[in-house]
Design a protein around this ligand. Structure first.
Ligand code: KIV
Ligand code: ZN
Length: 555
């Protein structure tokens, strides 16, 4: 049986939901500028669809999607053959109600290719306990709301939430109604990551064979990773006829995350002979995209993560190194350069001038204004004084640090610590309030130098919180490496429900990241970033609201 797609029979469309499902990871806060930069990078990477957010969740979300639609959604780009290509489809998520659909349409309509993605749960558990709707009411709502969305937009995607635990015969009925009402993509989510590859593949095949109209639409799959099976399930879905896959960069997302873009794309690429399927992804952009998402969300990549982990192409064991030297393919199934991991030919150091610096940034895909370039160049010079050579990773960190910062209330002016054996660690901290221009200096004592700095900052800012995660890594090698600190702070959630379904207090998480050759300074920067996000969310109360009941609410 031939599988109908709107993109040739041998292509799988990549639907990236990093900015929607990915941003629902606890603490993965992104500001508008960061979302825009990520969307631009995803377009460069060659994704077919960008799910840019959930516009009804908050005015901030709507505005971010709107901005992406009227910029990235209109900008021509290049395909992997270097030919001019259409901008990606820009998609907004909506529950099946008019308010959400209106918001989604308002947000995406400026894009050259807009899409509304609407969803309603179909599993007995969700219908009975969450929606409190009968199966007939669900079918009627799907009909009414897909038709409503279709009155605005030609490209409509419908998802039966928790399809993995839904009755197949009910799914055929609901999906048939969605297609008759105008859905052009039907997406099958394994919302709680419950299915196994055999089971999920069979479900996709059965849907294709039994749903009225299924042969005229794209079947999509959307898997979560609760059992670590998201990539395997997605590939099984593809083998049984799905021609769109919903993925996130680095696999970030609700709970254990979503199918990771890089794993899925590289599995199709490396095992082409098995799948005989292609994507539009420009694979050398994978590493840069992964790094950007990790830096902006504060979601650190585990070193052994497939494809993009720091160890993915590292060979430690002598026997492996020996094999590699004799023939690269002995222990490597793909070239690091395929995902864009190559060493810069242009080595930057303290003697490099502004021109070489700008050219290198352009090669890396950063097109900065004169002002931004000046700021980053100054930081580069300061770093080059401390470090012999500056790698691409250092540069990416500098750009991230200097250019794409959230709106700040407090700026770190100075930090000084005294620590050692038989000394109470003490810190003197100076901060400037950017709203009033006032500079305040105070001191703190702690169990160690970082604790002392945080106590000093707390005395000035006065925003009670709990440090729930602190991670320090070296992002480059050697004694002069840049220290990269990622932290998460938690505050009680003061909005709406105070407790989770399990009776635990709800909390909101804010992440921060700081980079410096001095890890105490990097720690101070990370804390300031997290605190500024906390203060911005408290000020504007424009945090993203989760669409289901989880323990934490990402802000
Ligand atoms: O996991 C899920 O069910 C979703 C839907 C909104 C598609 O993210
Ligand atoms: Zn999901």
């Amino acid at each position: 049986m031939s599988i109908p797609t709107n993109n040739g029979p041998d292509k799988v469309l990549i639907f990236d939901t990093t900015l929607r499902d990915g941003e629902q990871s606890p603490g993965a806060t992104l500001n508008t500028q960061e979302k825009l930069e990520i969307a631009r990078q995803l377009a460069r990477l060659g994704v077919d669809v960008i799910e840019a957010g959930f516009p009804a969740a908050s005015p901030g979300d709507l505005e971010a999607v709107r901005l992406i639609a009227k910029t990235v959604g209109q900008e021509p780009r290049q395909d992997k053959a270097g030919q001019p290509a259409e901008p990606p489809v820009i998609c907004g998520l909506a529950r099946t109600n008019k308010k959400d659909i209106d918001a989604a349409w308002k947000a995406v309509s400026a894009a050259n290719h807009p899409r509304i993605h609407t969803f309603l749960a179909t599993s007995p558990l969700h219908m009975e306990h969450k929606l409190r709707m009968s199966p007939d009411e669900v079918v009627q709502t799907v009909h009414d709301m897909v038709s409503y969305a279709k009155s605005f937009c030609a490209d409509i995607e419908f998802s039966p939430e928790d399809a993995g635990r839904s009755q197949p015969h009910f799914l055929y009925r609901v999906l048939g109604v969605a297609i008759a009402a105008g859905a052009t993509t039907i997406n099958i989510p394994d919302t709680v990551g419950y299915t196994t590859p055999d089971e999920f593949g069979r479900l996709i095949r059965d849907i294709r064979e039994n749903t009225p109209g299924a042969k005229d639409v794209i079947i999509s799959v959307h898997c979560h990773n609760d059992l670590g099976l998201a990539t395997a399930n997605t590939l099984a879905g593809v083998q049984d006829g799905a021609r769109q896959v919903e993925v996130t960069m680095n696999g970030i997302g609700e709970r254990a995350g979503n199918t990771s873009l890089e794993e899925l794309v590289m599995a199709l690429y490396v095992r082409q002979q098995i799948y005989e399927l292609d994507t539009n992804i420009i694979t050398p952009e994978i590493h840069r995209s992964s790094d950007m998402v990790s830096r902006y969300t504060g979601m650190v990549i585990q070193p052994n993560k497939a494809i993009v982990g720091a160890n993915a192409f590292a060979h430690e064991a002598g026997i492996h190194q020996d094999g590699m030297l004799k023939h690269k393919r002995t222990y490597e199934i793909m070239d690091a350069s395929t995902i864009g991991l190559s060493h810069s030919k242009l080595v930057l150091g303290k003697h490099s001038g502004r021109h070489a610096f700008r050219v290198r940034l352009q090669e890396m895909g950063y097109h900065l204004s004169q002002d931004e370039l000046n700021k980053v160049f100054q930081r580069f010079k300061a770093l080059a004084d401390k470090k012999k050579t500056i790698s691409d990773v250092d540069l990416e960190a500098l750009v991230g640090d200097e250019v794409y910062q959230p709106q700040e209330t407090w700026e770190l002016v100075n930090v000084q610590v005294q620590t050692g054996i038989q000394v109470v660690p003490t810190a003197v901290v100076a901060l400037r309030n950017l709203k009033t221009g006032v500079e305040i200096t105070d001191a703190g004592f702690g169990t160690g130098p970082v604790d002392a700095v945080y106590q000093g900052i707390n005395r000035i800012v006065g925003a009670p919180n709990r440090l729930v995660e602190y991670l320090v890594q070296a992002i480059t090698e050697g004694m002069d490496a840049n220290g990269d600190v990622t932290i998460r702070i938690a505050v009680p959630d003061s909005r709406g429900y105070k407790h989770t379904a399990q009776g635990r207090p709800r909390r909101r998480l804010f992440s921060g990241r700081g980079i410096d050759t001095d890890i105490v300074v990097a720690s101070a920067k990370a804390y300031m970033q997290a605190l500024n996000k906390l203060l911005a969310a408290q000020d504007q109360n424009n945090a993203t609201v989760h669409i289901d009941n989880n323990d934490t609410v990402a802000a």
